[in-house]
Design a protein around this ligand. Sequence first.
Ligand SMILES: Nc1nc2c(ncn2[C@@H]2O[C@H](COP(=O)(O)OP(=O)(O)O)[C@@H](O)[C@H]2O)c(=O)[nH]1
Ligand SMILES: [Mg+2]
Length: 342
Amino acid sequence: MAGVNWRSIPTVLYPQEILDKAFSRASKQSDFVEDPDKYHRVRKQMDRMVQSAADVIDSTLLKWVDRWPSLNALSQFDQALIDAAVGNDEYRKSLGTIQWAAEQVRKIAGETQRKILRLRNIEGFHQARRHAYGRFSSILDQVSPQIMWLGEARDTLRHLPSLDPGEPCIVVAGAPNVGKSALITALSSGEPEVASYPFTTKQLHLGHFEHRRRAYQMVDTPGLLDRPMSERNRIELQAIAALEHIGDVLLFLIDSSEGTTTPLDQQEHLLEEAGHLMSERPLIVVHSKADLIGGLAEEVETPISAQTGQGLEELRARLIEVIGADEIVDPLSLPENWHRDE
Ligand SMILES: Nc1nc2c(ncn2[C@@H]2O[C@H](COP(=O)(O)OP(=O)(O)O)[C@@H](O)[C@H]2O)c(=O)[nH]1
Ligand SMILES: [Mg+2]
């Protein structure tokens, strides 16, 4: 599954480690300078040290920034989750600040090199180099909070569910304990991925099954579509809106077994609200835990059981059909923004 792979972003070096790496590379580079004349040799050495220290800092920072996805390129779903988890403003600002630091370092290097060209004494060359090093350190000090922030953000973001916006997605909703996770596991090929939403400590499951080379993703919604909407804050509403975008179908589970933790009328109320929130999407309602409701299973519509497998293949076929029917496949239509140069 594509989506953002936060785990692939390397841990950043601490500011001091970046400086150590830069300065030691610079010293090595200066050893390569050969010139029998001390004046010219020192001048070239200092010039080279400033240049290579700046190169290391600049490229370390920029390489790292490049590994972070630009928020604008992400799906609404990812953006909403990132906003809830770490804050999109902070995210943008931190990356921007680090980019700024890289620019400053390049600028200082340029200024110092021009200064070295103008200077006429060996002590001056040394001083200019030392001065540049001091400024590099202070720039890195200055952006150290942002570097640390991104390091921590990466550790938070790696637990977010990652959905591929290019593949179909089934949003599984229903009150707590109705069997959402169990159903996702039962329909999944392979072990479902465990992730978490930033607004709840409850773990969620992310599974998928393949049909005709497409991966049908299934995503759990604990903390989102499992309790009354009046209790929603802005961030959660944003995530629900994003779910509507990424989800092709809403699959709602009702547990009518005796042991249900949420009374039926409350589950029906939730169904109404969830249907409202995802009104643009087809809705499929199933009754879970058919094995527990015994004779009643014949009375409810679409009984399923994650435990015995009852109704699961019919459900899978129905999901595929509903998603397929919902897609407008026009072979003559061109992608948006497509144009031909003639
Ligand atoms: N007998 C039976 N128990 C089930 C079935 N599906 C889920 N459960 C149980 O119901 C409880 C809640 O299931 P879970 O999938 O965690 O619900 P969720 O909170 O909606 O994700 C667990 O103890 C499951 O073992 C089912 O089809 N039959
Ligand atoms: Mg669950």
